[in-house]
Design a protein around this ligand. Structure first.
Ligand SMILES: [Zn+2]
Length: 176
């Protein structure tokens, strides 16, 4: 069983990574955005790909809504073909890639950055690879796509519709 990186890493074609249309690995839809999610499951509970699939099927989807799933052990699972539009961020699915990590709640069920070192490492490797292959202009967390209710141009913590993914994605080094 390979990692998502192996499955999806291939050479960019036709100047992918720069502005303009890209056709990478047979992916013709324009991809500009990476949205990071968590499963909102407790850090001390295992939530397998099958659990995730069952959860999303219960919401009427035929497959997992995210493109990649990063388990606590750091394994990256390719859960939806990149050429398929995801089902993870309302209003932003057409041009984005969805990545979820296992966890997001502490042992008391409260929102927390529960990523293991392996998950952090895998997430960085995956995002860096995707940034090389696609014309990504933004990497953000699900909560950062909440409406700007007071119109000050910043999505404040009070405006988050949910906590997902429970850490500040924009502060991480892949955004530099
Ligand atoms: Zn989310």
């Amino acid at each position: 069983m390979g990692t998502g990186i192996e499955n999806h890493h291939c050479r960019s074609i036709g100047g992918g990574g720069s502005a303009g249309g890209n056709s990478v690995c047979g992916v013709s839809r324009p991809i500009r955005l990476i949205v990071v999610h968590c499963t909102a499951t407790r850090v001390d509970v295992d939530f397998t790909q099958k659990d995730l699939l069952r959860c999303h099927r219960a919401r009427g989807m035929t497959m997992i809504g995210y493109h990649f799933y990063i388990r606590k052990d750091g394994f990256i699972w390719s859960t939806r073909p990149l050429e398929r539009v995801g089902a993870h961020a309302r209003g932003y699915n057409e041009e984005s890639i969805g990545i979820a990590y296992e966890g997001g709640l502490d042992r008391n069920g409260l929102p927390a950055d529960t990523r293991t070192e392996r998950q952090k490492f895998s997430m960085r490797a995956l995002i860096r690879t995707l940034k090389k292959d696609f014309s990504i202009t933004r990497v953000c967390g699900h909560r950062d796509l909440s409406p700007d209710a007071n119109g000050n141009g910043v999505i404040d913590a009070s405006e988050w519709l949910k906590q997902c993914p429970c850490f500040d994605v924009a502060a991480d080094e892949w955004c530099s």
